[in-house]
Write a protein that binds this ligand. Structure first.
Ligand code: WT7
Length: 682
C-alpha cells in the first residue's frame, strides 16, 4: 500500500488508481499451440527489428501492408515538431485500401455482417463487391448532391449500422474529413462538434433500435442544427439515412430544402463509380473528439497514410486478423476503437467485420453468444464494462452456445483479474488467447499489449509495449522510474509512431501544451528524442517489463471505458440557474468501472429539493448524453475548499467512495466535511 500512496495523492479529483493498485502480481498464462501455429506474428526478431536503433524505418513494415499510388520520400518528417509527418510524399486512399484492392480475389467475401437488434430481422451480409457499389454511389451523392470536396469536414451522428462505415468510407474516398459523433451523444454535444469542425453538412439516420425500442434519432439532428446555428455554424444540408430503406421511420418531419433522404436520392446515382482521391499521406482522414481537462472537447486529427498503416499493422499482429477470420468488436464505431478496429483495421486486411446495432444483453444474457455462434465469430473484442455486465447477468451463459473464439481483446480501462479470469475461462472457454490493449483516442492504435503468440498473458496487466512503441515512466521531476521499482509515475511514449494524432483540430498550442510541454527537453528542437508524448495515465512497470495502467492523472473520469471530462459535466450543471458551484468526482461502480457523483452548492436562498436535483441531472444528460448521468446529485450546504478557494475534489471523492478523507484541518471550512459525510454516507 505504502508504495502506491504517491499515486493516490497526485490524483486530485479522486483516486482513479484505487482499483488497480491493490492488485497482486498474477501468474502467466500461455497461448495454445493451436493458436501459435496459425498466428500472423511468431517471429521473435520483431522486437529487435522494431528497436529504437532502427527507428523510424521499421514502421515501413506496416506501411508495406497497404497499397500506395506513390511511395513516400521520407519515413518521418520532424521539421514541424511535435506535429510529425509520416510517410511524407506518399499518395494513398483509405477507401481504396479497405475496398477496391480486395475485389480482385475476394469480391464475394463478406466485408460486413450487420446484425439488427430485433432477432426476427435478417442479418445483412455485405460482400466487398456490394460495399464497393454502395460506397461509390454514396460518394457520388456526397459530391454532387451535398457539394462536398476534398478537405471539407462533415459531422456524422449515426447509430451502429452498415451505413455508418459506408458513410465514412465514402468520405475517405473523396478526401472529406469525417467527424463521427457517438450516436448516444446528445444534440448539444453533436452541435459543439459541428461548430468546432465547421461542418456545413450533417449526416444522420432516422431511427435505430436500442433495448427493444425504435428511437427517434432524427430529432437530435434538428436540435443539433439549431444549437449549432446559435453558435455561429450553419448546417445547410442534412443527409438522412433510413433505418428501413423506403420507409421513413421518425416522427420528426423532413425539413424541405435542408434535409435529403439518402435512400431516395441514391437512385440518381445507380451505377456511378468515383475514382478515389489520391491523398497525401499526411492529409487528415478524420477527427475524433475526446474529453480533456478543460470543458471544450478536443478534435483529435488523424492522418491518412500513417494512421492506416498503424491500424493495419496492429490489427494484423496484435488482433491476429487474417482475411478468413470473422471478427466482432462490440465497441461503437462512434469511438476510436470502432474507427480503428471495426472499420479501418479489419477492412484494410480484407476480413469480415461484425456490426451489431443494439445492446449486447438484449433481449437476454445469451444474445451476444448467439450472434457469435450464428456468424462463427472467431475473434472477439470488447471492454471490461461489457464483460462485467455479461458476467453479472449470465455467468454460465457462454457454455450453452457453440462458438469458438481463438482470440479476445479487452480495452478501455483496467480490468480486474477476477473479471479477466471469467473472460478467459468462460467466454474464451479456456482456449482463446486474451490481449489487454492499452491506448487512447489520441494514439490511433495500441500502445501496450502482449503479442499473442510470443508473450504470455498476465491478468490485470496490459503487457509490454507493442513492437515499435518505447514507453518511459517519469516521476514528477522528470526522472525515469525503472521497471520493477514498485513505483508509479506518468507514462510517456518516447518516440513518435504513425498512428499518433497529428494535432488538435484548430488548436496546435493546446496540442503542444497538453501532450508535450510537460517533459519536453527543448521547445525549439526538431529532434523527436526531445519530445516525449504525455499520455496522461499513471502506470507502473513490473520487473518483467509488463505495464499496469492505474488510470488518468488529470480531471477525467473513465465511465464504461470512455473518458468524460469532469469540467464538461460541471459546466453542464452550471447551466441550471440555481447552481452556484458544481464538482464531479468518480465513484467506483461494479459494471461501469466508474460513475460520476455530482456535488452542487446552490445559490443563496434556494431550497434543496428532489426536483432541483433531477433538473440538474437532466441538464447533464441533455448537454452531454445519458452516458454522463450522475449516480447521484448531492445538494450540499457548501463545498470543502482550500484557503485559496479551490474545491477539494479529493475529499468529495473519498466521501463518495466511503474512503479515508485524510487530514482536512488545513481546509478553509473543515467542519463541512462531516456535514457532507453524514448526508452522503447515511
Ligand atoms: C484512456 C483512453 C483505447 C480506446 C478506448 C478508450 C484508459 C484504455 C486501457 C487498458 C487500462 C485503459 C486509459 C486511457 N484505458 N485502455 N487496456 N487498461 N486503462 O479511449 O476514451 O481515449 O480513453 O482509457 O486511461 O488513457 P479513450
Amino acid at each position: 500500500m505504502a508504495k502506491n500512496k504517491t499515486v493516490d495523492q497526485k490524483n486530485v479529483g479522486g483516486s482513479e488508481s484505487s482499483i488497480a493498485v491493490h492488485w497482486q502480481e498474477e501468474k502467466y498464462l500461455y497461448a495454445s499451440p493451436g493458436f501459435i501455429g496459425q498466428a500472423n506474428l511468431t517471429d521473435e526478431t520483431i522486437f529487435e527489428r522494431f528497436s529504437l536503433d532502427n527507428f523510424p524505418d521499421y514502421f515501413t513494415e506496416y506501411a508495406d501492408l497497404l497499397t500506395w499510388y506513390k511511395g513516400w520520400d521520407t519515413v518521418l518528417d520532424t521539421s514541424d515538431a511535435p506535429c510529425w509527418k509520416w510517410f511524407k510524399g506518399g499518395l494513398i486512399n483509405a477507401s481504396y485500401n479497405c475496398i477496391d484492392r480486395h475485389l480482385k480475389d475476394n469480391k464475394n467475401k463478406t466485408a460486413i455482417h450487420y446484425v439488427p437488434e430485433p432477432e426476427n430481422e435478417k442479418i445483412e451480409h455485405i460482400t466487398y463487391q456490394e460495399l464497393y457499389v454502395r460506397v461509390n454511389e454514396f460518394t457520388a451523392l456526397l459530391r454532387d448532391s451535398a457539394g462536398l470536396k476534398r478537405g471539407d469536414r462533415v459531422t456524422i451522428h449515426m447509430p451502429m449500422s452498415a451505413e455508418l462505415p459506408i458513410t465514412m468510407l465514402a468520405c475517405a474516398r473523396l478526401g472529406v474529413i469525417h467527424s463521427v459523433v457517438f450516436g448516444g451523444f446528445s444534440a448539444s454535444a453533436c452541435a459543439d462538434r459541428i461548430i468546432d469542425s465547421n461542418s456545413r453538412v450533417l449526416i444522420t439516420m432516422d431511427s435505430y433500435y436500442r433495448s427493444g425500442t425504435l428511437l427517434n434519432h432524427k430529432k437530435s439532428a434538428d436540435e443539433a442544427v439549431e444549437i449549432a446555428k446559435k453558435g455561429g455554424q450553419t448546417v445547410d444540408t442534412v443527409l438522412v439515412w433510413e433505418r428501413y430503406p423506403g420507409k421513413y421511420s421518425s416522427e420528426t418531419p423532413i425539413v424541405k430544402g435542408r434535409d435529403c433522404i439518402v435512400n431516395e436520392e441514391l437512385t440518381k446515382y445507380y451505377g456511378v463509380r468515383v475514382e478515389p482521391e489520391k491523398m497525401l499521406a499526411e492529409d487528415p482522414l478524420f477527427l475524433m473528439y475526446t474529453s480533456g481537462t478543460t470543458g471544450k472537447p478536443k478534435g483529435c486529427q488523424h492522418g491518412t497514410g500513417g494512421y492506416l498503416s498503424y491500424v493495419a499493422g496492429t490489427a494484423k499482429y496484435i488482433q491476429d486478423i487474417h482475411p478468413e477470420d470473422v471478427y466482432w468488436c462490440m465497441a461503437d464505431i462512434g469511438w476510436i476503437t470502432g474507427h480503428s478496429y471495426i472499420v479501418y483495421g479489419p477492412l484494410s486486411l480484407g476480413a469480415s467485420t461484425v456490426i451489431y446495432e443494439g445492446v449486447p444483453t438484449y433481449p437476454d444474457a445469451g444474445r451476444s453468444w448467439r450472434i457469435a455462434q450464428e456468424l462463427d465469430v472467431n475473434i472477439f473484442h470488447t471492454a471490461p464494462t461489457a464483460i462485467r455486465a455479461l458476467r453479472k447477468i449470465g455467468p454460465d451463459e457462454p457454455a450453452k452456445y457453440n462458438y469458438n473464439f481463438k482470440h479476445m481483446t479487452t480495452v478501455g480501462e483496467p480490468i480486474e483479474p477476477e473479471v479477466w479470469k471469467w473472460y478467459h475461462k468462460v467466454v474464451g472457454k479456456g482456449k482463446a488467447v486474451v490481449v489487454d490493449t492499452w491506448w487512447q483516442t489520441e494514439t490511433g492504435g495500441f500502445l501496450c499489449s502482449t503479442v499473442p503468440a510470443l508473450q504470455p498473458m498476465k491478468p490485470g496487466s496490459a503487457g509490454p509495449a507493442v513492437p515499435g512503441i518505447h514507453p518511459v515512466i517519469y516521476d514528477e521531476d522528470g526522472n525515469d522510474i525503472p521497471a520493477g521499482a514498485g513505483k508509479a509515475g506518468n507514462i510517456c511514449i518516447s518516440n513518435p509512431w504513425p498512428g499518433g494524432f497529428q494535432t488538435i483540430w484548430g488548436d496546435r498550442d493546446r496540442f503542444v501544451t497538453n501532450y508535450y510541454t510537460r517533459y519536453c527537453k527543448d521547445p525549439n528542437s526538431k529532434d523527436w528524442r526531445d519530445w516525449p508524448y504525455l499520455t496522461g495515465d499513471a502506470a507502473m512497470q513490473a520487473e518483467d517489463g509488463y505495464y499496469r495502467i492505474l488510470g488518468r492523472i488529470d480531471d477525467v473520469i473513465n465511465v464504461s471505458g470512455h473518458r468524460l471530462g469532469t469540467k464538461e459535466l460541471e459546466s453542464a450543471a452550471l447551466t441550471v440557474g440555481e447552481v452556484a458551484e458544481a464538482a464531479v468526482v468518480p465513484v467506483a461502480h461494479e459494471i461501469k468501472g466508474k460513475e460520476p457523483d455530482l456535488y452542487v452548492a446552490l445559490k443563496p436562498g434556494i431550497a434543496a429539493t428532489e426536483e432541483l436535483a433531477k433538473k440538474i441531472s437532466d441538464a447533464i444528460c441533455n448537454k452531454i448524453g445519458k452516458i454522463a448521468k450522475p449516480r447521484k446529485v448531492w445538494l450540499v450546504p457548501d463545498m470543502p475548499k482550500t484557503r485559496s478557494g479551490k474545491i477539494m475534489r479529493r475529499v468529495l471523492a473519498a466521501i463518495s467512495n466511503k474512503g479515508d478523507v485524510g487530514n482536512v484541518m488545513t481546509l478553509a471550512n473543515p467542519e463541512i466535511v462531516d456535514a457532507i459525510k453524514r448526508q452522503v454516507q447515511k
